[in-house]
Design a protein around this ligand. Structure first.
Ligand code: GLN
Length: 472
């Protein structure tokens, strides 16, 4: 599908209507059904909202660039009256009684939500293979995963069913699937976008963000969904900026930090060549490359998997078979009701995380694991602060190599955890990051991950836009 800004132009000049765009999107969803990108398609609802949008426009009351644009959202965000499953059996039939703030804002801007996208169960995974509804397929290569956990949203965009989508990112779940499918994915600064109505995985790390085929579309989408929210007291009260303001600023004069720890062994050679090729182009355009160091970064994955699982074990305790969600049929005693509902309702990966998280929080191990991990989190944040004293933006791979081969989550979960090496540190320190295609390797797109200073998304997106134009 064309970009948001192109479609918005068509709506303005009358060569398309919101209803015709919604119909086109729904037809494309149907035609690409075997990719398994969607859990629920909201056809009727979308067409009704699209008709409202067309009516607004006819009355001269169109709302802005997103009015009438079809959008897909990850199925861990609540939307009143629609099923919200987090791709888990435990919520297979859960109908949300309220709407997430980000979705309320999205619809408030006139966007048309056409469907809820497939994902790793409770956003736990990097390969999109842990969904109760089956894996999402990568439209670029059937033998490789689309990345996770927001793989459905990335594929929804990559396959052209919608021009843009929302995902959530706890440790890389927007940036990795964007990288695996050749689209743009942005994780905003922690606190930029409200988490109200996002089914929690790890609350101190979770953040909602946009996918698009262009950097400009991600900027537009971010502008629509961010801002302070009385329902989420971790949201920032900073005024909503115009995130598109600096998109044409170019790269000249920018100082790009290149962490020496990021470009050594462990990074696939062809991917490294593609990234370095882009950095050289930027140098020619007048940017300065500066080596920086993140000395504690090798502890990022271990501390992430302690903190994320600890928070998950607590957040997921609410799924007990009593209040909502799946309830085991053959439990006779209260304890059995909890144990059976949870054992039957949660998949293997989620159970592994709950066990790990309960273990690191248990009395005997809390100091040895959880407290240590929190200290490492501080050290990693300090590393970034120090690096940013000498540069404007930091360049990083998004993934250690090409998208993983299908089936690895089953055969080698550790290898899948390790593929998060370049992304989790941003969630640990709350920093914004954007994954943007920068070249090719083995016939597949390679992405650069740009890391920005807190709340400097406009600058970050300006560098991403420069990458996009140099990659043409
Ligand atoms: N792969 C990471 C995990 O499984 C990140 C997931 C995410 O960002 N939601 O925890």
């Amino acid at each position: 599908m064309a970009s948001v800004l192109e479609l918005s132009e068509k709506l303005k000049n009358g060569s398309a209507t919101a209803v015709s765009l919604a119909e086109e999107s729904l037809a494309k969803i149907e035609a690409t059904k075997d990719l398994n990108a969607y859990i629920s398609v909201l056809g009727e609802r979308a067409l009704a909202k699209a008709a409202e949008s067309d009516k607004r426009r006819a009355e001269g009351k169109a709302l802005g660039a997103l009015d009438g644009i079809p959008v897909a959202v990850k199925d861990n965000m609540c939307l009143t009256g629609t099923r919200t499953t987090a791709a888990s059996k435990i919520l297979e039939n859960f109908v949300a009684p309220y709407t997430a703030t980000a979705l309320e804002k999205l619809e408030g801007a006139g966007a048309i939500i056409v469907g809820k996208t497939n994902m790793d169960e409770f956003a736990m995974g990097s390969s999109n293979e842990t969904s109760y509804f089956g894996p999402v397929k990568n439209p670029l290569d059937a033998t490789r995963v689309p990345g996770g956990s927001s793989g459905g949203s990335a594929v929804a965009v990559a396959a052209g069913t919608v021009p843009c989508a929302l995902g959530s990112d706890t440790g890389g779940s927007i940036r990795q699937p964007a990288a695996c499918t050749g689209v743009v994915g942005l994780k905003p600064t922690y606190g930029r976008v409200s988490r109200y109505g996002l089914l929690a995985y790890a609350s101190s790390l979770d953040q909602i963000g946009p996918f698009g085929t262009t950097v400009a579309d991600c900027a537009t989408l971010l502008g629509a969904i961010c801002g302070v929210d009385p329902h989420d007291n971790t949201t920032s009260s900073r005024p909503v900026e115009d995130f598109s303001a600096k998109l044409d600023a170019g790269i000249k004069g920018k100082v790009i930090g290149v962490p020496k720890e990021y470009f050594g062994d462990g990074l696939d050679k062809e991917c490294k060549a593609a990234i370095e090729g882009m950095l050289q182009k930027m140098e020619k355009e007048g940017a300065t490359l500066k080596e920086v160091s993140l000395p504690h970064i090798s502890y990022a994955v271990s501390s992430y998997y302690i903190i994320a699982t600890a928070e998950a074990s607590s957040n997921l305790s609410r799924y007990d078979g009593v209040r909502y969600g799946y309830r085991s049929k053959d439990a006779r005693k209260l304890f059995d009701l909890y144990a059976k509902s949870r054992s039957e309702g949660f998949g293997k990966e989620v159970q592994r995380r709950i066990l790990l998280g309960s273990y690191v929080l248990s009395a005997g191990f809390y100091d040895a694991y959880y407290v240590q991990a929190q200290k490492v989190r501080r050290l990693i944040t300090d590393d970034f602060n120090k690096a940013f004293e000498n540069c404007d933006v930091i360049a990083s791979p998004a993934m250690p190599g090409l998208p993983l081969k299908c089936g690895m989550n089953e055969s080698d979960p550790m290898a899948v955890y390790l593929s998060d090496i370049y992304t989790v540190s941003l969630n640990l320190s709350g920093l914004p990051g954007v994954s943007v295609p920068c070249g090719m390797a083995g016939g597949l797109p390679v992405a650069l991950q740009w890391i920005g200073k807190p709340f400097q998304e406009a600058d970050l997106l300006s560098v991403a836009a420069a990458t996009e134009s140099l990659n043409k």
